[in-house]
Write a new protein. Structure first.
Ligand code: 2RA
Length: 330
């Protein structure tokens, strides 16, 4: 299968290539695409060198699937042009996520919405993906009423420049780019993306809106505070969730232990709980600190950690592509 990776030289694009190789995705021809300045650069895929090509050349090659991670502007301009030649685009940007004509997919939850007509498929925001993977099995059983989430997000979510800033500060280098307005090492920044007129950031509103679309329930109330922290391995989330119906804590644990894509790490007697250090380079969503919120009925607290470059982006996108193949949708 001809597969294009658009944004092939970025953090997520590079991870997409890794995941495609790891999962032995049936790539017969790889078409790496990046900005004009990167055209001609060589990338490695499964021990073979490939030259980065332009968007126009990639479209002319008519790939079956194009995995995009190149920002919203690029996706808005170019995804329809790939779709016009019959390519199915799976896009990591926020450009199409809330478009009512485009599916927003986490395979463990709502891949059944996909049809052969879907030529542009949106990959949800990383912080949304890990939360809904953990919460969906509980929603199915107890029906979620309200979610209060605070996130602790890796600098890798911002990209290579942010990683350079963190490493530069930490190693006391004199030269490094500033991805943030403030120092990030030994600090936390309570802002991810720009502020909107309601005082929330775009990142927070992504969690609010995408959760309802993926879980197909507009009645779910979500309020979020998203924070950038100086770690590499993944995003962490403190989630307080109120249900319509009463739950049993042991049953909650069992539901999570048997949930697709979830690993429960919850043994406080031995200080076992999820951490980005352990989630790094893994594809699962790790859940721990599971406990009842005694301050109000039918309410639970939990801690959710996942590698944002993997399940939060590359792995989820490749899993969508795998679903398309296994269900003859491409
Ligand atoms: C972030 N979720 O972490 C956003 C985009 N990757 O910055």
């Amino acid at each position: 299968m001809k597969v294009a990776v658009v944004g092939a030289t970025g953090l997520v694009g590079t991870k997409i290539l890794e995941v495609l190789a790891e999962r032995n995705f049936p790539v017969t021809e790889l078409i790496p695409v990046a900005s004009e300045k990167s055209v001609g650069k060589e990338i490695n895929f499964k021990g073979q060198k490939y030259k980065v090509v332009s968007m126009q050349d990639a479209i002319a090659a008519k790939p079956t699937i194009a995995l995009f991670s190149a920002g919203g502007g690029t996706s808005t301009e170019w995804a329809p042009q790939f779709a016009a030649v019959g390519t199915t685009v799976i896009d990591n940007s926020s450009a199409w996520r809330m478009d009512p004509t485009k599916p927003l997919v986490v395979p463990e939850i709502n891949a059944d919405v996909l049809t052969t007509n879907d030529k542009i498929i949106a990959n949800p925001n990383c912080s949304t993906i890990q939360m809904v993977v953990a919460l969906n099995p509980l929603h199915q059983k107890y029906k979620i009423k309200r979610i209060v989430v605070s996130t602790y997000q890796s600098v890798t979510g911002t990209g290579a420049k942010a990683v350079e800033q963190l490493m530069g500060e930490r190693n006391k280098n004199t030269e490094y780019p500033m991805a943030y307005k403030y120092p990030i090492d030994l600090n936390v920044i309570p802002q991810i993306d720009v502020f909107t007129e309601n005082g929330y950031t775009k990142e927070e509103m992504k969690m609010v809106n995408e959760t309802k679309k993926i879980m197909r329930d507009d009645n779910i109330k979500v309020t979020a505070t998203t924070v950038r922290i100086p770690v590499m391995g993944g995003h962490s989330e403190s989630v307080n969730v109120e249900f319509e119906n009463e739950f049993d804590l042991q049953e909650v644990r069992s539901l999570l232990e048997s949930a697709p894509g979830v690993v429960v790490e919850d043994d406080i007697a031995n200080q076992i709980y999820p951490m980005p250090l352990n989630a790094h380079e893994k594809d699962e969503v790790f859940v721990g600190r599971i406990r009842r919120d005694d301050t109000q009925p039918k309410t639970l607290n939990m801690w959710i950690v996942s590698d944002n470059l993997r399940k939060g982006a590359a792995t989820n996108a490749v899993q969508i592509a795998e679903y398309l193949i296994s269900n003859n949708l491409v």
